[in-house]
Design a binder for this molecule. Structure first.
Ligand SMILES: NC(=O)C1=CN([C@@H]2O[C@H](COP(=O)(O)OP(=O)(O)OC[C@H]3O[C@@H](n4cnc5c(N)ncnc54)[C@H](O)[C@@H]3O)[C@@H](O)[C@H]2O)C=CC1
Ligand SMILES: NCCC[C@@H](N)C(=O)NCCCC[C@H](N)C(=O)O
Length: 259
């Protein structure tokens, strides 16, 4: 799995401020509103304990500090435990955390100890980025393209299918594509079909996955994918709006999913 790097985490809140402006412009909503409406929840002064985890590739510089900054940005009290791993978990509970956040190399969770709700970053990222795409003010139909049907993309495609969107998808992993067709009613997208989209959700770890033949004249690319799937020249040639940010929007979605 592609892990975040300390470089990804640089200028996080500046990137968020830029993306919040784009989201407001292309959907008419603030990110908090979208989260509240998506999950039917709102914050209630929860305390969030953030536990560094040393397993696998170990601590990522600034990862837990970034989470604390994100939690505080959304009006909650967050703290990073002094201890790591199990000792850190014990410390968070002892310091009366309502929500625990922690990540190893495979799973990044938020667990609300008060109501028992638990969420993963993959699923919540897929849900929020597909929800942003689905709210595009200049959409020319309910057709939406999902590029990548892995942990994030499949969750996004599932969310869109439940909302009644006409979901097309592509992924070189035939098993993932067949699963999405069978379980979600997704339509396989053929790159040479000539079909264009005004809403695209890209969730791959590859660059330049979006080709010229995919984008309508006005198009919103909503992508958590790292690196960016939209080639610069295509973004400039067409009126493409893009929401792309490495961590904060997905973490906001996690928090709202467990309130
Ligand atoms: N911005 C954020 O908050 C977050 C970003 N991510 C990033 O999102 C991306 C996806 O994450 P996961 O779903 O966990 O990865 P994954 O590895 O589970 O799934 C990626 C999928 O993309 C497919 N793929 C690769 N090249 C493709 C192409 N050219 N066209 C269509 N599909 C293609 C793969 O076959 C795979 O099914 C990664 O870059 C990850 O770092 C993940 C979580 C949060
Ligand atoms: N964009 C959000 C998804 C993050 C995920 N791709 C990742 O890098 N996970 C590894 C996090 C490891 C954290 C580390 N164990 C620590 O606690 O510092």
């Amino acid at each position: 799995m592609a892990l975040l790097t300390p470089e990804d985490l640089e200028n996080l809140l500046d990137k968020l401020e830029y993306n919040e402006k784009v989201i407001k412009k292309v959907t008419g909503f603030e990110i908090k509103q979208i989260c509240e409406e998506t999950y039917g929840t709102f914050p209630d002064s929860e305390v969030v304990g953030i536990v560094p985890v040393t397993s696998g590739n170990g601590i990522i510089d600034n990862f837990t500090a970034s989470l604390a900054a994100i939690v505080n940005h959304f009006g909650l009290k967050g703290f990073v435990t002094e201890h790591t791993d199990i000792s850190g978990y014990n410390e968070a509970v002892s310091r009366r955390a309502d929500i625990i956040m922690m990540a190893d190399d495979h799973i990044f969770i938020a667990h609300n100890l008060k109501n028992g709700k638990i969420s993963t970053n993959h699923e919540c990222t897929g849900i929020i980025y597909s929800e942003i795409a689905a709210r595009y003010l200049h959409a020319d139909s309910t057709d939406i393209l999902v590029i990548g049907l892995g942990r994030v993309g499949y969750a996004g495609a599932s969310h869109l299918a439940k909302k009644g969107f006409n979901v097309y998808a592509c992924d070189p992993n035939i098993e993932f594509l067949e699963k999405a067709v069978k379980e979600l009613g997704v339509k396989p997208y053929e790159r040479n079909s000539g079909k264009k989209f005004s809403m695209i959700m890209e969730a791959t770890p590859c660059k330049d996955t979006i080709s010229e033949g995919m984008v309508s004249d006005r198009c919103l690319v909503s992508t958590p994918g790292i690196p960016c799937g939209l080639p610069e020249n295509i973004g400039k040639k067409y009126k493409v709006d893009m929401v792309m940010e490495p961590l904060v929007i997905g973490v906001a979605s996690m928090l709202y999913s467990v309130f």
